[in-house]
Every structure is written in C-alpha cells, then in structure tokens.
Design a protein around this ligand. Structure first.
Ligand SMILES: *Cc1c(COP(=O)(O)O)cnc(C)c1O
Length: 484
C-alpha cells in the first residue's frame, strides 16, 4: 500500500507502484479513508431530525487529495497518454479549443427555447450541415443520429422509406465480409435479410461475387472506401453502376473518411447516402460508448425522407421543419449538439486546406508505420490504416504485450479476412518519433515468446481482465470490491 499522499510509503520511501485495481493484490490503490486514519467530524447545517449520524471524513490536505485523484486517473490510458492506433476507430487527439467552444455558456441552451431566440445555434447547425454536405459530396445532411451505428440505421431506414415510396418491395442489403459488425446489425434491425459478400484475393470487392449477390431484391449495398484493410476500392464507379442498375442504393460507411478528406468525395463516386463519424474524422472525443454523432448525408432524391426536425434557411434566418416524407425522429431534437459543435469548430478552424493536409499525413503515417514493423503486412500500399498479421502468435496476446511497452495496441482479430489481424491506424496526429516508438513496441512483441505474451500485461494498473464481462456486466463503483 502506498503512503498517505498517494506517493511513497513512509516505512519504505523507495517503494513505488503505479495505482492499480486488483481485489486480490495487497497493493491495490487504497481508498482515501485507508490512506489516512485521522478523522474530522463535519458539522451539518441541517436540522437535527433530518440527519442520520455525524459525518466523519478522512482528514487530508488538498495536495494529497489532488495527488490521489491524479493517481487514479493515471490508471487509464487515453489518446493524451500516448499513441492509440486503434484501427478503424481513428483515435485523433481532440484539440482543446473545440472544448472551449463547446463549454461557452451560450452553447448550452434548452432545446425547447423558441426558434427566434436560438437563431445563432440554428445558423451553426445549418453551416455544419453544409460543411458536411460539401465534404461528402451530398445534397442534404441530418445531424440527428447520435453515433455512426445510429447513422447507418437511419440511412437504411431512409433507403427503406425511399423504396417503399416507389412501391418497390426489396428485402436484402448486401454487406462485404470485411465490413464493421454494425453494418450487418443496422440492416437486420431495419428488417432486411443480410447478404454477405466475400472479398476478392486482393482484399477488395470481387465484382463477380457482387454481380451474383445483386438482384431486384437488393435495397442497398453498404460499403466503406477505403475499406477496413485500408485499401481503396478502385472499381468504385463500376460498383456504383452495378448497384444502380438493379435499382439498389449505394450506402457509404463514413468511418474511414479520414483517408479521403479534401481528396475524394463519396457523392462523386456514386454513393447515394452516407454517415459521418464526427467523433472519428473531426476529432471530437470518443470511446466508452459515447457520446458521439453520426450525421447522415443524402442525395437530393432522398432528402425528403430525412429525420424530423431538419434545419433550413427561412426569411432572414433559420427554422426547423419536418421533411415531407420524414422517417421521423431517431434522437431528441437535433442530436448530440455539443459534440456536433466541436466538430464544427474543428472543421472551421482547419478549413479545406487543413483537412486535406490531415488526410495526407494520416495516409503517410500509416504507410510509414507499415514499413517499419516486422509483422507480416499483407496487401498495400494503404490509405489511412493497415492490417498486419500476427501469424502464429495470438493477436490478442500480442496486443496485451504492447501495453507493457507503453502504447495502446491496435484493433485485433478483425477483419477476419486476415489471420490474427492487427488493424492499425496511427492517424495524422503522431510525429515520426512516436511512430518509431510504436514500431518498437510492435517489434518487441513480435520477438517475445508465447509464455511472455500469455502472461501480459505485467506493468499496467490492471492485468488481464475478462473483456466480455467488463463490457456486458460493468460494475462501476467501489461496491464491486464488496461483491468479490
Ligand atoms: C466505428 C465504425 C462504425 C460505427 O461507428 P460508431 O460511431 O462507433 O457507432 C461503423 N463502421 C466502421 C467501419 C467503423 O469503424
């Protein structure tokens, strides 16, 4: 146990450990009351009859308190601790000026305030709709969906409403085998049968397989480009034509848009609708399940189906309205407004040139790192990410070992089209020396033996955790200790 200031133990001043969370480890981080046994009794100003007992609290000076909480915060690892190359997630640093903008008092207004009194906010929402439409090559954008997955679901509902309005009964959505799990889920939740499309030997869409999968039953093909292997679908124009020929719509999963910013637009490639993961591409924070935002862009013929409300110009200002054949609401009001505001601040500050520069560096960084690591990296050259193969190692073990080398590991075991996949996306935020640090961590893990890998991580606040239970059955308070 550490000393009362969260620092050295007074009996053994050189004993140092990072804070850790472990119920069966005597060195778990003590509670404040365990750190100091001095107690103060706090006077209550409430009437006697309303209080239980006296409130007795540990007595600690403020610096000790500050150090305690800082130690606890260091048990976690984030994009502000070090490199975080979690493939497909685009873990960009979130610049602090965007937080300043979102923290302004004027930004937080009650959503039921009259339109007349929130003209400035509506104007920003309208500007963001237009910025995103320009970036994606779309005609109209809704800001409402609260995540990429919610954007997919919204998009597929729009596609469904469109086909139904045309009296066209379609039952299938085609999804490549390398796609994100949410694509399959969104299509299924919208009531479609999912047709899985096998990838070709080059990791891209196989046109013959596509031709076999498409029919008059096809409502949409969902595609991300570059795909999850970081490979650009070179045949995208032909793919779009094939989908449109059978009367289907082409949906763009925007998670990989960081590779294309300022260089290529889904709308120009023939996509009819798309979502934007603003918390990936436009640097708003993400992780831990939210909050995020997944605006959806559509071509003109789909605009009348957008969720309600939508913001448009009106006489001398802006107004909310219900698109004629709206699919209804997918979230309250205009969505996660403060997340959207951060994206607006980021896009506006960087401008077209800044965004184009970001995609250039993201692509350069991914290709540089792919060259520096000793794991096998099939395919390439890449866009913003690459998928290495851990080969005979277990990708999850290799990833755990990388934690010991002080970096966050890549995404593992997905896509399944690569054996023991290590899906890696450094993003544009990393400098060359950080890329070298990352490469060193990859290469050190590659050289480690199985026993070491299986026993990793050794040096972190928490050792191996049961990841499935941690996600499905989280116990987020000190009471978890009592349950053990
Ligand atoms: C992240 C991601 C999604 C889902 O987005 P969320 O915002 O996490 O809901 C969909 N597709 C791909 C390829 C992704 O990487």
């Amino acid at each position: 146990m550490t000393g009362s200031d969260g620092g050295p133990d007074p009996d053994d001043p050189l004993e140092y450990d990072q804070a850790r969370w472990s119920v069966d480890d005597s060195r778990y981080e003590p509670l404040l009351s365990e750190k100091n046994t001095d107690r103060v009794t706090v006077e209550s100003s409430l009437p006697d009859g309303l209080t239980r007992d006296e409130l007795t609290l540990p007595s600690l000076p403020e610096p000790a308190l500050a150090r305690h909480y800082t130690r606890l915060s260091e048990m976690n690892y984030g994009v502000e601790s070090g490199p975080f190359p979690l493939g497909s997630c685009t873990m960009k640093y979130n610049p602090k000026f965007t937080e300043d903008v979102a923290a302004r008092r004027e930004a937080s207004v009650h959503p039921d305030r009259s339109e007349r009194s929130v003209q400035g906010l509506l104007e920003i929402q309208h500007r963001l709709q237009e910025q995103l439409a320009t970036i994606g090559g779309m005609d109209a954008v809704t800001l409402q969906p609260p995540a990429g997955a919610a954007g997919e679901f919204t998009g597929i509902l729009i596609a469904k409403a469109y086909h139904e309005a045309n009296g066209d009964d379609r039952t299938e959505v085609v999804v490549p085998d390398s796609a994100h799990g949410t694509n399959f889920a969104s299509a299924a939740m919208a009531g479609y049968d999912v047709v899985e499309l096998p990838s070709g030997d080059d990791g891209r869409v196989d046109l013959e397989a596509l031709s076999a999968a498409l029919s008059e039953r096809t409502a949409a093909l969902m595609l991300t480009n570059p795909n999850t292997l970081g490979l650009f679908e070179r045949n995208i124009t032909e793919i779009a034509q094939m989908v449109h020929e059978v009367g289907g719509l082409l949906y763009y999963d925007g998670a990989n848009l960081n590779a294309l910013l300022g260089r290529g637009r889904p709308g120009d490639m023939g996509f009819d609708l798309m979502h934007y993961n603003v918390h990936k591409t436009f640097a708003t924070p993400h992780g831990g399940g939210g909050p995020g935002a997944g605006p959806v862009g559509v071509t003109e013929e789909l605009a009348e189906f957008l969720p309600d409300p939508h913001v448009r110009r009106a006489d001398g200002g802006y107004e909310r309205y219900t698109p004629v054949r709206s699919i209804g609401k997918v979230h309250g009001y205009e969505g996660n407004w403060l997340v959207l505001l951060k994206a607006y601040a980021y896009i506006t500050r960087l401008g077209g040139a800044g965004l184009t520069d970001a995609s250039a560096k993201a692509v350069l960084n991914a290709n540089y790192l792919a060259e520096r690591i000793e794991y096998e990296v099939p395919f390439g050259p890449f866009h913003h990410e690459f998928v290495a193969s851990a080969g005979e190692q277990d990708a999850a073990d290799a990833a755990k070992r990388m934690l010991d080398y002080g970096v966050h590991p890549p995404t593992t075991k997905w896509p399944e089209t690569v054996d023991e996949a290590l899906m890696t996306e450094p993003t544009e935020i990393e400098r060359k020396r950080t890329l070298e640090q990352l490469a060193a961590a990859f290469n050190a893990a590659r050289a480690d033996d199985t026993e070491t890998l299986e026993d990793a991580p050794q040096r972190t606040a928490a050792r191996r955790i049961d990841q499935a239970s941690a996600a499905r059955n989280p116990r987020l308070s000190w009471q978890a200790l009592d349950d053990e």
